[in-house]
Design a protein around this ligand. Sequence first.
Ligand code: DAH
Length: 337
Amino acid sequence: MTLLDEVRRIEQEALERIGNAGSLDVLKELQIQFLGRQGALTAVLKSLGALPVDERKAVGAQANTARKTIEEKLQEATDRLSQEKPVSAFDPTLPGTGQPIGTIHILNQVMREICDIFHGMGFEIARGPHVETDYYNFEALNFAPDHPARDEHDTFFVDGGRLLRTHTTPVQARELEKRKPPMKILMPGRTFRHEDISTRAHVSFHQIDGFMVAEGVSIADLKGVLNAFAHSFFGEDLKLRFRPSYFPFTECSAEVDVACYLCRGKGCQLCKQTGWLEILGSGMIHPNVLRFAGHDPEKYTGFAFGIGVERPAMLKYRINDIRLFFNSNLRFLKQFN
Ligand code: DAH
């Protein structure tokens, strides 16, 4: 390649790259690369001395034109790019892009709804720690150390003899200890069990416990409060059914079903043809539980109940997999906006 060709090649490359340049910084780079003291054209000019006179003239003239052209194109591109700037700058007349607004998680919505219903009946809200002692999770609730009912609570134990609470009932033990009757408390929160994760079970879920202790509280109060709750949450005039059951911290104990709100008790897929949906556990607070907390069970009585949150939420919103609550899938969560 002759030096003349080399000059043309440099010019061509320079123009092409200037044409493609997307920013002023790139243009500056190109200026240095092609026209700077160490630049490609300068190198050609420096080598002119070694050429015969007429060739020197021709190449020199060509190099000077190339330099001019490159300078002009650089200037044009610089003008163009600096003019483009205001377009991307802030324009107050354009509509805003807006901040995406989050939604309250469906489980929190359901918990708030349940809390509101009980708040309306005079219940106060209390909370307790997720990492709990054996005493409050079990012993204060009348689970002796070797009590077989502990087997039903597949427990995560952590260091220092503590555990992840398996239910929200330990908050009842804590509040009973702190307060004097009369008291009506509702205790929402997260609970943990060592379960195999499936469509129906998870290692972490939510419960809402509640209790009332005063003089003369009876099972009639329990039924009245739970009826009011179920009617408000699931729908008016749905029947409740109390089935005898067992919990160490209540005596007597009952599991409570609500008539299936879909088929109204006739039997359907949702209630597995039974006509009933199980919604909570309940009972009259065991005298030992009151005694452990320093209250005289001869003077005070109380009722208690524990509601699982996921199950009623799944029933009410027809959600068929408990894992959907916890895997942060926005397409799922945004439905409950
Ligand atoms: N803690 C119980 C559980 O997790 C549920 C429960 C039943 C709570 C009866 C109560 C109650 O307060 O009275 O299985």
